[in-house]
Ligand binder design. Structure first.
Ligand SMILES: CC(C)(COP(=O)(O)OP(=O)(O)OC[C@H]1O[C@@H](n2cnc3c(N)ncnc32)[C@H](O)[C@@H]1OP(=O)(O)O)[C@@H](O)C(=O)NCCC(=O)NCCS
Length: 265
């Protein structure tokens, strides 16, 4: 649902607007903005109140909203959320951008590349067989492989640097699915990465990261897409450790997304 705040009846100028998606029991605030010269007059507060009341009437029980730390008005938004009873912002996804060579040239990347993957062989993700897909889908459905990093997300934008790892017994035991990002034309997003937790495969997370960076730098894509965009879910502690140790020191810029929520009844 959408709502707008309008000026007097003569001009009917739009002063602010809100867009909320209702997917019961959740109502997600997708967008909220007030024209700069009309801020601090209670317009956002009124729009939020009205939209959430409407969402509640339509059966929503909980509202949520996510925002990123690099938004220019982030302090105003946080103050607004605090004053209208939302939860404290919880960190969700860390986004970081850099030139792939900057990470690839590090000693750890060169070391894991010369060692190769452990107890597995790499394959181009476009060579994934129907039986592999069925296997990974079944592992995800059984909860043995994590849904949050499913390689079958956003398949229309998958980039050809993506790769998988296969164990000697034929199982797919790792992947790094990379994507084109329509909103960020020069970037390749290193989006969904997974390595099997068995000890035999330890270290393959770092290897697959370095191998995808190498494929990127050596591909024709590198010229048109000179930037990599990493995103890591703050709740994925293993991946956050890899990120902090191996990637964070070589990042050009980073920002964070946060989630806030509010019970409606
Ligand atoms: C964030 C935004 C929507 C706030 O709109 P607004 O109409 O100015 O907010 P309100 O006047 O309703 O403010 C309500 C309360 O929020 C807090 N607040 C809002 N802006 C604030 C600011 N700049 N500094 C401190 N507190 C602020 C205050 O507690 C305020 O109450 P008060 O004025 O009685 O002290 C507006 O700044 C905006 O459009 N920013 C750009 C877009 C954006 O960031 N959208 C959010 C993405 S979903």
């Amino acid at each position: 649902m959408a709502a707008v705040a309008q000026g007097d009846s003569a001009t009917r100028r739009v002063l602010g607007a809100i867009l909320v998606e209702i997917d019961q029991p959740n109502a997600t605030v997708l967008s909220l903005a007030v024209a700069p010269e009309f801020r601090r007059r209670g317009i956002a507060r009124a729009l939020l109140e009205r939209a959430l009341k409407q969402a509640e009437i339509q059966g929503a029980k909980r509202a949520c909203l996510s925002f990123v730390s690099r938004m220019p008005q982030v302090a105003a938004l946080k103050a607004l959320l605090r004053s209208t009873g939302w939860s404290e912002p919880a960190p969700r996804i860390l986004f970081a951008e850099t030139a792939p060579q900057q990470v690839l040239q590090q000693a750890w990347a060169q070391r894991v590349l010369s060692r190769g993957p452990r107890n597995a062989t790499a394959f181009d993700w476009s060579d994934l067989r129907p039986a592999d897909r069925a296997f990974v889908e079944a592992e995800i459905a059984a909860g043995r492989y994590p849904q949050e990093v499913s390689p079958f997300w956003d398949e229309g934008n998958i980039a050809p640097v993506s790769l998988g790892l296969r164990a000697a017994d034929g199982r797919v035991v790792g992947w790094l699915a990379c994507h084109f990002v329509p909103q960020r034309p020069g970037s390749i997003r290193f989006s969904r990465s997974f390595c099997h937790a068995e000890t035999a495969f330890r270290g393959n997370g770092a290897w697959i990261m370095a191998a995808a960076l190498e494929r990127h730098v050596n591909s024709s894509l590198h010229q048109s897409h000179p930037t990599v965009l990493f995103d890591v879910d703050e709740r994925n502690t293993a991946m956050m450790t890899v990120y902090r140790r191996r990637i964070a020191p070589y990042i050009d810029s980073s920002y964070q997304s946060y989630l806030v929520a509010k019970d409606l009844c």
